[in-house]
Write a protein that binds this ligand. Sequence first.
Ligand code: TYD
Length: 207
Amino acid sequence: MRNFITIEGCEGVGKTYQTNLLKQYCREMGYDVVFTREPGGSDIAEQIRKIILDANNSDMDDLCEAFLYAASRIQHLKDIVKPALNEGKVVICDRYVDSSYVYQGIGRGLGLDKIVKLNEIAVGDYMPEFTVFLDLSPENAFKRKGGADSNDRMEAIGYAFHLKVYEGYKRLIAENPARFEVIDASGAKEQTQAKLRAALARRGVFR
Ligand code: TYD
């Protein structure tokens, strides 16, 4: 069995913070877990990430954006995810295909079907065993974060877009209830971390 886990959520939910805490916990416990992220995660994929997120690239076509995310994913799978899974390691990835489904498919309005097809080509059967969704509405997330980062092309798009993304996640969760572990991220950071660890334990990641 593969142990491929992804973490998803809207901007400002504290995903990076929670993932870092989890990484620290795994290190302390001696769990051999590979933590990685998208877009990026390996040399070439990180170079693609820079192009995607560069605020100067405001003219980027939405479909070009979708292909760049998929291209970064292909390289990252080859360099990091597949080798680690083949060695029997647990891989926890901060964002993966669900981000493309909701940001490009639903948020950008390219259509979920099209983005699912594109990503079938990119990932083949490398779908996550399960996906943690850190649940916090964009309204609360931006409040907590103190506004969007104008240097980040995706964050700067605006509230209506991020609301569509959030609703997109809710749709994916409704359509794939068995794959998602939904965690309420509106409470204290420590509470969210405890729920995250409990979800991983429940799914048999930490034994
Ligand atoms: P990042 O700074 O890593 O944001 P976060 O901390 O919220 O994960 O930037 C990644 C951005 O790219 C984020 O706005 C979500 C977006 N994204 C997509 O639009 N499609 C994708 O397939 C992926 C992986 C990310």
